[in-house]
Ligand binder design. Structure first.
Ligand code: URP
Ligand code: ZN
Ligand code: ZN
Ligand code: ZN
Length: 469
């Protein structure tokens, strides 16, 4: 048995910050102690003076090696989970993918194969059901039994991942039966495809048209429709990558009525805009491709950023995830140089989520406790991993981050660890920074040095959500 004592830090949980020492035995937290408690022996003592001792981050939305638009997202499970570790994220939930005509079982096995033996930190899976039919609906039960308890459906991407309203309703009914959670990509893909085709026909092919042809109203409309379908099915629903005031308003209304309706947003929707990023011409007129993601970045002339930060405060937005889906600018984003419809969708950010959300603490948008809650505790509860993950408490996995509020860094592709040749947050100055990261009691990152090993990360079978009312 190995004992580690973390001393002199301030332990932050979803309910506040308290000066506590933390005792770890092997992979687990065994005790929180009043500072200076005598008589504790440990093999290693970690001095956490001046740092926040927080539960390891949980990124509930990543795409490693995702096939999309004729290419694959550029992080493997090895590179992506290492980058996550650098950023204080000790668990990811990645999306295994089934598409119409393919077997759910085989699709999931492919995902196990991609991740097994590769990961620096722990990982779990959601399952994308891209082809809702009798076979896939039946197999949802097997998946729940093996710890995959959430299923993503798409109201966007007709012909790829899209489900129609009937398919959505059936999957929601099945989820209700199983106690599982449906995650929804809520954009009206049928209408978007019409707008995109019309834009392309007019010669409007630059990256900004990706955003212009996916108006916030069509996210709001799809969010409204999905909520109604969920209520009819008697199922909870969780909206992924919520980007707009319009979609948030639908979630707020349903929650005010007491329904099991939840949502996440992502750092890109809190910091980046349609005009300044997606619309940036750059040197070769194609800079905006770096910011093509769906839902798209929203206009700075509206009030999305303000509304989303408020949603995080009020818990109408429960979680910040990254939707980490990196593609290199050269070779990959390049595929859509002549037509925005061919630009692979996605932004990488798994490494920067803890830092970017912490900036909300620095600016006064969020409390320290809320930072921990949106980035670790609620993801664990929402997706059936609590209290194994998401909290520093006796019996929990010793996934622990020492976060130094005095640190200063600047985000750059030159220094990040994700397998992408640009950063969507290039030049962002970060107040605060990760000092030490422990995954199940093993230090995997310390003062910028990677000490982890590929294959340390284990699959986490999840239970049902403990977040529902
Ligand atoms: O642009 C995005 N979000 N790419 C990943 C796929 C998805 O819809 O989450
Ligand atoms: Zn999506
Ligand atoms: Zn508003
Ligand atoms: Zn995604």
């Amino acid at each position: 048995m190995t004992r580690t004592l973390i001393t002199n830090g301030t332990v932050v949980s979803a309910t506040g910050a308290i000066a506590h020492d933390v005792l770890v035995e092997d992979e687990k937290v065994v005790a929180l102690l009043a500072p200076g408690t005598q008589g504790i022996t440990a093999d290693t003592t970690v001095d956490a003076t001046g740092t926040y001792v927080v539960p390891g981050g949980i990124d509930a939305h990543t795409h490693m090696e995702l096939p999309f638009g004729g290419t694959f997202s550029s992080d493997t499970f090895e590179t992506g989970t290492r980058a996550a570790a650098y950023g204080g994220t000790t668990t990811i939930i990645d999306f295994a993918v089934q598409t119409a005509g393919n077997d759910v079982r085989e699709s999931l096995d492919t995902w196990y194969g991609k991740a097994e033996g590769e990961c620096a930190v722990d990982y779990a899976f959601h399952m994308i059901i891209g082809g809702v039919d009798d076979a896939s609906l039946k197999l949802m039960g097997d998946l729940v039994a093996e710890g995959i308890t959430s299923f993503k459906l798409f109201m966007a991407y007709p012909g790829v991942f899209y489900s129609d309203d009937g398919q959505i309703l059936r999957a929601m009914q099945r989820a209700a039966e199983l106690g599982a959670l449906i995650s929804m990509h809520a954009e009206n893909g049928i209408a978007i495809d019409v707008l995109a085709e019309q834009a392309a026909a007019r010669g409007e092919t630059a990256p900004i048209h990706h955003g212009i042809t996916r108006p916030a109203r069509l996210e709001g409309e799809a969010t409204h429709r999905a909520i109604q379908l969920a209520l009819v099915a008697g199922a909870p629903v969780y909206f992924v990558h919520l980007s707009s005031s319009e979609a948030l308003a639908e979630v707020v209304r349903a929650r005010a009525e007491g329904h099991n309706v939840f949502a996440e947003t992502c750092p890109q929707y809190l910091y980046l805009t349609l005009e300044d990023h997606l619309g940036a011409p750059g040197e070769d007129g194609f800079e905006g491709a770096k910011y093509v993601c769906s839902s798209p970045l929203r206009s700075k002339h509206e009030h999305h950023h303000r509304d989303l930060w408020r949603g995080l405060r009020t818990n109408d937005l429960a979680i910040v995830a990254t939707d980490h889906c990196p593609f290199c600018f050269k070779d990959q984003k390049e595929l859509g140089r002549d037509d925005f419809r061919l630009i692979p969708n996605g932004i990488g950010g798994v490494e920067h989520r803890m830092d970017l959300v912490y900036q909300g603490v620095v600016t006064g948008e969020l409390s320290l406790a809320r930072w921990v809650e949106t980035c670790a505790t609620t993801p664990a509860r929402m997706f059936g991993m609590y209290p194994k993950k998401g909290v520093i408490a006796p019996g929990s996995d010793a996934d622990i981050v020492l976060y130094d509020p005095q640190a200063r860094t600047t985000i750059s592709a030159a220094t990040h660890h994700m397998a992408m040749d640009y950063s969507a947050y290039e030049g962002f100055e970060i107040a605060g920074g990760v000092r030490t990261v422990m995954s199940r009691g093993t230090v995997v990152v310390d003062r910028g040095q990677y000490l982890g090993t590929k294959g340390h990360g284990r699959f986490v079978p999840r239970g049902l959500s403990s977040y529902l009312r």
